[in-house]
Design a protein around this ligand. Structure first.
Ligand code: 5AD
Length: 339
């Protein structure tokens, strides 16, 4: 019974595989209420804002779900210059952001030397710095850490091996885990997460994803609904995965009560007020897109990504209003897991 499972989680901060499957199969609203309760208890009433800069949409990978996959020839590809990136960082700092997230495709132009040089310059500002640039070797991650990068995001996407292999041609399932282990070992605040609603993904495999976040002791977990992109092989797949994505997020909060969990852009894209619902169901972070207008619309991982048509200033204002209207406060801290 859901109420017994929830009671047990509140006491033991853990759950069995069967418990997690039962929660994911249930429509009981108390799952979201418990996640919200734990979020406010462990993370307080404050929401952390992160400035997201999408600095290159060039990617060598061919992930079946992603609009930026290398086989998609309809994308206008771009790569920001270092000075463009630093301009955007400055703008973010002026808008009050305390965390900068640099996200991009796996673009070999930005080798470790370049990424380290950029990190050192960004870290001259008083900000936390997150990189999200895919799979690298232990040595490369180490160099990034030594250049001042504080956090790293690398979603596992799915722990279902067969599904992983289908979705990620020419990529190694094992290497994905090894990368996350390296990041943890090097002392990065490590973020991971999953896509929810991939073709043939099962509730059982989503339960395994959540147990994996717990086992890794992830510091951040981003969960988003899969949204079919018209220029990918998955264009025809069913797309309303909002409810399940929200549930996976909420159950993640139950098992990892003190981590940072974003209300993801993908949630807002497929549901009006999706982010407010997420903030009321265990999320405590919002990533705001600061990428310049010139490039934003070309970073189309999935279609109709919200925020693609408004300026950084306006996006920031909107998010602040949304948070205050949800009776939450905006944190002025950098928002590390342990503060
Ligand atoms: N729908 C939703 N999320 C997607 N991502 C990539 N493609 C899609 C899609 N079609 C997510 C992946 C990746 C993150 C940056 O965007 O999980 O890790």
């Amino acid at each position: 019974m859901v109420s017994n499972i929830l009671k047990n989680i509140l006491i033991n901060k853990n759950a069995t595989y069967d418990d997690v499957v039962s929660l994911l199969m249930s429509d009981d609203k108390s799952i979201f209420e418990s996640a919200n309760f734990l979020c406010q208890k462990y993370k307080s009433n404050f929401i952390h804002l992160r400035a997201l800069i999408e600095f290159t949409n060039i990617c060598k990978n061919d992930c079946l779900y992603c609009g930026l996959r290398c086989s998609n020839k309809n994308v206008q590809r771009y790569r920001m210059s270092e000075s463009e990136i630093l301009e955007m960082v400055k703008k973010s700092v002026n808008l009050g952001y305390r965390t900068i997230v640099l996200q991009g495709g796996e673009d070999s132009f930005f080798d470790t030397d370049k990424l380290c040089a950029i990190a050192k310059k960004i870290k001259k500002h008083d900000v936390a710095l997150t990189y999200s640039v895919g799979e690298k070797t232990y040595e490369e991650y180490k160099a990034l850490k030594e250049s001042g990068v504080d956090r790293y995001l690398l979603r596992i996407e799915t722990t279902d091996e067969e599904l992983y292999k289908k979705m990620h041609p020419n990529m190694s399932y094992k290497n994905r885990f090894d990368c996350l282990e390296s990041l943890k070992k090097l002392g990065f605040e490590t973020g991971t997460g999953s896509l929810v609603g991939l073709p043939n993904q099962t509730v059982e495999s989503l339960a395994n994803d959540i147990l994996f976040f717990k086992e890794l002791n992830a510091d951040m977990v981003g969960v988003g609904p899969f949204i079919p992109h018209p220029q990918t092989p998955l264009f025809n797949e069913n797309s309303d995965n909002f409810d399940m994505a929200l549930k996976v997020m909420a159950v993640t909060r139950l098992l990892l009560p003190d981590i940072n969990i974003p209300a993801t852009t993908a949630m807002e894209t497929i549901r009006t007020n999706g982010r407010v619902l997420a903030l009321n169901s265990g999320a405590n972070v919002i990533m705001v897109n600061i990428t310049s207008d010139e490039h934003k619309s070309n970073y189309e991982i999935y279609p109709n990504k919200i925020g693609s048509d408004i300026s950084a200033e306006k996006a920031t204002e909107e998010i602040k209003t949304l948070i205050l209207n949800s009776n939450r406060k905006i944190s002025k801290n950098k928002g590390f897991r342990f503060e």
